[in-house]
Design a protein around this ligand. Structure first.
Ligand SMILES: O=C(NO)N[C@@H](Cc1ccccc1)C(=O)O
Ligand SMILES: [Zn+2]
Length: 154
């Protein structure tokens, strides 16, 4: 378990640096982030939340006590992400943040987004995401820009 930064810590307000070295240390960080997220019953976690200001996050939606209706998806490591297109349509939904414990906020997100990112081996991936998975991506992407759901809450 890595220590998780809480709202107000400077690292959560920084714009994260691009990842340029895809080595075993990066793999180890991703592994530790995944375990930290799972211990906290999370469905996503961004590197700045574990005090590493890097453009890296993990999405791992799974039904759990905090999100019983979350869809099942294999954990996905997302590096140097870009949002290429976003639907006009926005959807309101409830979000939590591991850096803002015990709080839930209603947040508007794009229903669908086209994204491009690198995986742990540095391969580029490009795909459309929608619904709850698109919501997690937008939440984590915000963290890499120094934005939390407090700034997004309706
Ligand atoms: O704090 C984080 N990630 O940064 N974790 C959130 C991720 C999240 C995003 C969008 C909707 C619901 C939940 C969590 O509660 O697992
Ligand atoms: Zn968060």
């Amino acid at each position: 378990m890595l220590p998780i930064a809480t709202y107000g810590e400077a690292v959560l307000r920084q714009v994260a640096a691009p990842v340029t070295v895809f080595d075993s240390e990066l793999h180890q960080l991703a592994e530790q982030m995944l375990h930290t997220m799972q211990q906290a019953n999370g469905v996503g976690i961004a590197a700045p939340q574990v005090h590493r200001s890097l453009q890296l996050f993990i999405m791992a939606s799974n039904p759990n006590p905090r999100y019983p209706t979350a869809p099942i998806m294999a954990p996905q490591v997302v590096i140097n992400p870009q949002i290429l297109q976003a639907s006009e349509q926005m959807v309101a939904g409830e979000e939590g943040c591991l850096s803002i414990p015990q709080q839930r906020c209603q947040v508007m997100r794009h229903q669908a987004i086209e994204v491009k990112y690198q995986d742990l081996s540095g391969e580029w991936c490009q795909e459309w995401l929608e619904g709850f998975i698109a919501r997690i991506f937008q939440h984590e992407f915000d963290h890499l820009q120094g934005i939390t759901l407090k700034e997004r809450a309706t």
